[in-house]
Each structure stands twice: as C-alpha cells, then as structure tokens.
Design a binder for this molecule. Structure first.
Ligand code: MN3
Length: 203
C-alpha cells in the first residue's frame, strides 16, 4: 500500500498574509509530493509497505538515507498541514492548555521556547512540541527531515505540533527573516487540531 499525498483542508492562498500562496503551492505540490513519491519508490517490495508511517519511522535504519529523508519528509509535512489553517491562531485549549501551563509555566513561556528552538536550528530542519513517553511535553528541534519518532533523535517523543524551518517554507515572502515567519506561524496554528492529536497520543 503506497503512501498518499494528503489533500489540504484549505486553499493555497487561504493562509495569506502569513504564508503566501506560491510558497504553499510549491511546498505541497512539489516538495511534499516529491518526498511521498520517493518514499513509495524506496519501500516498494519491502515490509515497510505494510506499516503505517509512525511504525515505519520508529523501526527504520537511520543509515538508509533515502527512507530517512523521504519518510521523514512525508510524515513531517503531513503533520504540518494538519495543524495549521486559515482564521486560526489564539491559544491552546482544553487539557493541552493545562499541560502547557504545567510543563512550561505559561503559554507565553512555551511560545518563547518554541520560537527559540525554531530560530536557532542551524540550516534546514524542524522545531517540535512533543509528548514524551511519560506524558510530559517537550520542545525540541531536529535537522533536515528527521523527527523525534526516529531512533536516537531527541528524547523519543511523539510530535503534536511542528514548524518547518527549511528556507523553502518561507523564503519567497520572508527571505532571511526566519524569526518573522516563526512569529507569523502562531497566527495559523489550529489549536483544536493540535489538541485532537494530543488526545490521540496520550490516549
Ligand atoms: Mn518543507
């Protein structure tokens, strides 16, 4: 069974002015489609074809650069599209809001920590809000298309929110001003969706 490029629940221009339509179009229809196709080609005829993407990432060989980069790219972007949307932003809700306050002190403290992790990741990569196995929330970042589900990346948490800080995610609009893009990202976070993923992960 091949992995499928997910459809977006919104149009390419719907995240304006925070992310421009051209960036969205290229990012989804070229970059994410590329990772998806490359992953499917790499796993054809292997036991990975029978796995879901989370099991695949958890059990992969980190020395297999093709599966590492494209499996990560497939998963990371699928999560990314699902936790952003038009007319979103604001603050976390429900149990997740309580847990963020408990683990980071306040939403503002979390925001600062997450923004710093995203801004200070050198080169291409991602910053994450993860749920660790003990249920505690953690902010971390990873290089390239790695993520904390992979063996020996971070402390092995499950991401519930992530920001893509590859230049392809923001360069057309923000050029070298990554912090501005990170700040704008908080206006499109879909906290309902993040809370839903949080509930799935924590059971
Ligand atoms: Mn990307």
């Amino acid at each position: 069974m091949a992995f499928k490029l997910p459809d977006l629940n919104y149009g390419y221009s719907d995240l304006e002015p925070f992310i421009d339509a051209k960036t969205m179009e290229i990012h989804h229809s070229k970059h994410h489609a590329g990772y998806t196709n490359n992953l499917n080609n790499a796993i054809e005829g292997t036991s990975f074809e029978e796995m879901d993407i989370i099991d695949l990432l958890k059990s992969m060989d980190m020395n297999n650069a093709t599966i590492r980069n494209n499996g990560g790219g497939f998963y990371n972007h699928s999560l990314f599209w699902s936790i952003i949307g038009p007319n979103k932003g604001g603050s976390p809700i429900g149990d997740l809001s309580d847990e963020i306050n408990k683990c980071f002190g306040s939403f503002d403290s979390f925001k600062e920590l997450f923004s710093k992790a995203a801004a200070s990741r050198f080169g291409s990569g991602w910053a994450w809000l993860c749920v660790k196995n003990d249920g505690v929330l953690e902010v971390c970042s990873s290089a390239n298309q790695d993520n904390p589900l992979m063996p020996n990346i971070g402390s092995g948490g499950t991401p519930i929110l992530g920001i893509d800080v590859w230049e392809h995610a923001y360069y057309l609009k923000y050029q070298n001003r990554r912090p501005e893009y990170i700040s704008a990202f908080f206006n499109i976070i879909d906290w309902d969706s993040v809370d839903k993923i949080y509930k799935e992960v924590t059971g």
